[in-house]
Design a protein around this ligand. Structure first.
Ligand SMILES: NCc1[nH]cc(CCC(=O)O)c1CC(=O)O
Length: 318
């Protein structure tokens, strides 16, 4: 019996989703005769130590995964469950993404205390979000809103909704589902109004590239549709060279092969990508379809670069 040591951040969300993945993997082990046991090892990351500082000020990229990846390379842990949207687009040598489990709803949602949805919020309402992607798109949709940063874990953000005088806060629906707090969701933001973060709603299971035993199990856990759509979004992000702290959004879905005149049975991916200015004055969007996720992600990114995405991102990075 081999014990798989699973590294996890100690936030409630990280531990919850790690526990859920371990439960799923244990079932798969039983069904397919794998002799694995699982153990969780908590790891404090740089991102956790500086939760009170606005992430864009400390260089957000990979802040939550670096220590975990080092522990994996050092053999202290064997596997880690990440929110896909917090995973850098390039993994260090020796580590791979062994599975993308079935993705949950990628949309953002609005949480209000009085049940008002986005269109019912009063003129100038104070709305909490620390995400440039969300505030850029929200400003484009409702220029009158006052968007203010709200940081911290999901539970502390929900508390701040009450204690810091926000009329609403914006969060990913996925985190609330995983915590069992979906009853807090007041309204979903349609992807047409607010394109989600790349990989939002999906998890990634990272492990060492030479851990063949574990990779066999993870292959059974992989969801092809989630893998393909997330791959297209991540390639798009990688080409634009953006972390989670620039106003970039993307959303991919599988469409029927016939709609794209491709051979039946072939996967056709439709990807919408977005780059916005921080003040929401410019929102560039492109939608394309394709069968190869990498090519599609690259094509959508190139299209946006042709239309001036670089200058917008440059402005956002300042
Ligand atoms: N940036 C933090 C973060 N990373 C993952 C999630 C949960 C959503 C997901 O798994 O995609 C959240 C919270 C949020 O953005 O509301």
């Amino acid at each position: 019996m081999r014990t798989i040591v699973v590294g996890s951040r100690q936030s409630a969300l990280a531990l919850t989703q790690t526990g859920q993945v371990i439960d799923d993997l244990k079932k798969l082990c039983k069904e397919h005769g794998f002799e694995f046991d699982f153990e969780v090892k908590k790891i404090v990351t740089k991102g956790d130590r500086i939760l009170d500082v606005t992430l864009s000020k400390v260089g957000g990229k990979g802040l939550f995964v670096k220590e975990i990846e080092q522990a994996m390379l050092d053999g202290e842990i064997d596997m880690a469950v990440h929110s896909m949207k917090d995973m850098p687009s390039v993994l260090p040598d020796g580590l791979i993404n062994g599975a993308v489990p079935r993705r949950v709803d990628p949309r953002d949602c609005l949480i209000t205390l009085d049940g008002k949805n986005m269109d019912e919020l009063p003129q100038g309402a104070k709305v909490g979000t620390s995400s440039l992607r969300r505030s850029s798109q929200l400003k484009a949709y409702r220029p009158d809103l006052t968007l203010e940063p709200v940081r911290g874990n999901i539970d502390s953000r929900l508390k701040k909704l009450e204690t810091e005088g926000f009329q609403a806060i914006l969060l990913a629906a996925a985190g609330l589902y995983r915590m069992g707090w979906e009853d807090r969701i007041t309204a979903y933001l349609p992807v047409e109004t607010c394109l989600p973060a790349v990989g939002q709603g999906a998890l990634g299971i990272e492990c060492r590239g030479d851990d063949e035993e574990l990779l066999k199990l993870l292959a059974l856990y992989n969801d092809k549709e989630s893998e393909l759509t997330v791959a297209a979004e991540r390639k798009f992000l990688g080409v634009l060279n953006g972390g989670c702290q620039v106003p970039i959004g993307a959303h991919a879905v599988l469409v029927k092969a016939t709609e794209d005149h491709s051979p039946a049975g072939q996967h056709v991916i439709q990807l919408t990508g977005m780059v916005g200015s921080p003040d929401g004055d410019v929102i560039l969007k492109e939608t394309m379809t394709g069968t190869d996720p990498d090519k599609l992600g690259e094509d959508v990114a190139r299209k946006l670069i042709e239309r001036g995405a670089e200058a917008i991102l440059e402005q956002a990075r300042e």
